[in-house]
Design a protein around this ligand. Sequence first.
Ligand code: NDP
Length: 303
Amino acid sequence: MNILDGKKIAGEIQEKIKDEIGQLKNQTGKTPGLTVIIVGENPASQAYVRKKHRIAQKLGINSHIIELKAEIAAQDLIEQIRVLNQDPGVQAILIQLPLPENHNTWEILNHLNPKKDVDCFLPVNLGNILLNRAGIFPCTPSGIMQMLDYYRIDLSGLNAIMVGRSFIVGKPLASMLTNQNATVTLCHSKTKNLPGLVKQADLVVAAIGKPGFITADMIKKGAILIDVGQNFLYQQHEVLEFCIESQQQKFKKKGYGIAGDIHIKAYPKASYFTPVPGGVGPMTVAMLMVNTLKLFKRQYHLE
Ligand code: NDP
């Protein structure tokens, strides 16, 4: 079993981006601008946003966070988006999802300028993925594709199973894997005989949000396992059951551990697997930086 080391690859990508941003600044006097809007106080979202901001700043991106109360009126939130749409110093806008339940996600997202839609949320950008003519890709699926490419895993003809059909992970990734000639089965909570389908797969991607949901007995020996799940666990018995060693140690210090959707006992059966944390998560953040730089270069015709 080999680790798909997202943390390492993300570090390499970030180094390249930092260099390129430095060179572009010397040439043009400009730096890419990224603004993340976060609504409400979801602790996991707050932690992700802080991390994205920290890394963006480290790379020389002009990064800002706009924090808004969950109760903000939709019109006021839309007004914030309009202001950013018109700001020439901001090339990339991310509305951190999920939005609190009192907001209609699509009513809000629809106001985003598609040219600044850094995580490809909008129909026009998702549509280009379906047509295999996209210039930028959603961060998490794109990070997964980069990782597979880095380890020279040839997807052509592989049976791939995508568990989870969200528009930010499962649906676009299913298209991207199809575009790379994998044969993809897209599953969800109403899928019948999920264990039987997983058992046939050469590549298993889990984006479900349930710790250890894909168990070792479901996995074909030698399968490639990609775990998108990030589940925060606060009970010791859960941490011992679902978390890798480093998270068990973290639980002792911080009172929580992070687990994936694929059970850790499945790892020894895999040819390759992504650890949680340290697999898909850092790649998602790195791809946000890649996309920010791409949108900046597009705005100033630097491609
Ligand atoms: P969503 O909640 O939007 O989607 C979850 C999907 O899982 C749905 O399609 C749902 O099916 C499916 N599902 C739920 N229960 C079952 C079941 N019993 N059997 C089969 N399928 C099931 O989640 P996201 O895609 O936004 O995120 C998934 C996980 O990935 C979360 O843990 C999230 O935190 C994590 N994540 C991690 C990222 C990273 O960078 N590492 C980035 C984004 C997400 P249905 O559609 O029928 O309801």
